[in-house]
Design a protein around this ligand. Sequence first.
Ligand code: GLC
Length: 425
Amino acid sequence: MSTRAERTEWFLRDRLGLFIHWGLYSIPARGEWIRGNERMSREHYMEYFAEFDAARYDPRAWAKAAKAAGQKYAVLTTKHHDGFCLFDSGLTDFKATNTPAGRDLVSEYVDAFRGEGIAVGLYYSIIDWDHQDYPGYGDRAHPDRSNEEVKDKPIDFDRYLRYMHGQVKELLTNYGPIDIMWFDFSYDDMTGEKWKATELIRMIRSLQPNIIIDNRLGGNIRAAEPEEYAGDFFSPEQIIPPGGIVDVNGSPVPWEACITLNDNWGYHAGDRNYKSVKQVIRSLVECVSKNGNLLLNVGPDAKGEMTRESLEVLRGLGEWMRLNGDSIYGCGGSLLPKPEWGRYTQNGNLLYAHVYDRGIGPVYLQGLNGRIKKARLLRDGSELKVEAPWMAKEYSDTAGGAFITLTGAELPDECDTVIELELIP
Ligand code: GLC
């Protein structure tokens, strides 16, 4: 069996992915937890099932947008907590092929993204608010959590686990090689072997030996000896871990921060609070500077289209990645201290200075005096002078530093001006 390092090598090289949350919840358009948050009856929710037509669903357009944005892998919700399956599961009728859409939406997604050379990930919720054997009464978020009518309803949780494991087997059998299995999520006592996680993981690895899996089945991926089901990467959401993620011995643990473009994972018609291109670029650089990945989320609308705002951010990100991708792909953090003016990423002897703050005069690089073979503005390859200007020679605290001259009062790219430094080995 492959090691975690072998399985995650491509993942840590590619750094940037696209998360896609899409399903029936895109119709009420108030986020993906709508059924739980509003304690919505199944009868009410089935109204959305009856009208879900994916009329403008074009996964090739999604894939082209992701490719242009520089995203090297993608993760689509195949089933969220509401239990609705975007794939043609043989284990339920609550699926897209039985809606007016009448299609296996996952199959089309896989084909379209593979067609653009983008690695394919599948999100699958181990929580299921629709399945009759998932415990609802007293749960923290289930629509029936305070419904007295179901308080004493008999359930057979093992039957639910056979269903859940069976669907995972369908996903990893019927759609060819899958690169990422993205589970969501364990909580309270619903964790680890409650899901029969070891049995599940062994089945997954027998079907797709090279697949990578997140850490949300439970266990402790940061332990010295993680559980077999603890996963291949840590999955912080809506935060970039301040110091990155290391295990109890201080060794790096693969990690990926998943972050929404606005404030919702699923489509929310009233949420226009989108992050700027600058925020997204700088979030990506921060992740990579801490040896992590960024999974950037979009929530397509009920018809299957990404929002105009999402596409605008992805386009802006893509333009920056087109010119500066070398400072992201294959890079990780540097051992140098974080500079005042921005951040560093590094790939072997290529150090990338991400300059956010123009400051006055030359850019100061602490500790790099005599270590720079050449400096280039990454976006256009133009040469930059590495020299200590006269006004700097009077200060003793610059003995160990190097200076790079930038012309003009403004940065060439106010989002992030990247200087490629070839270091003397
Ligand atoms: C949170 C949200 C869930 C979403 C997940 C993505 O857990 O509740 O809806 O799918 O984040 O990481």
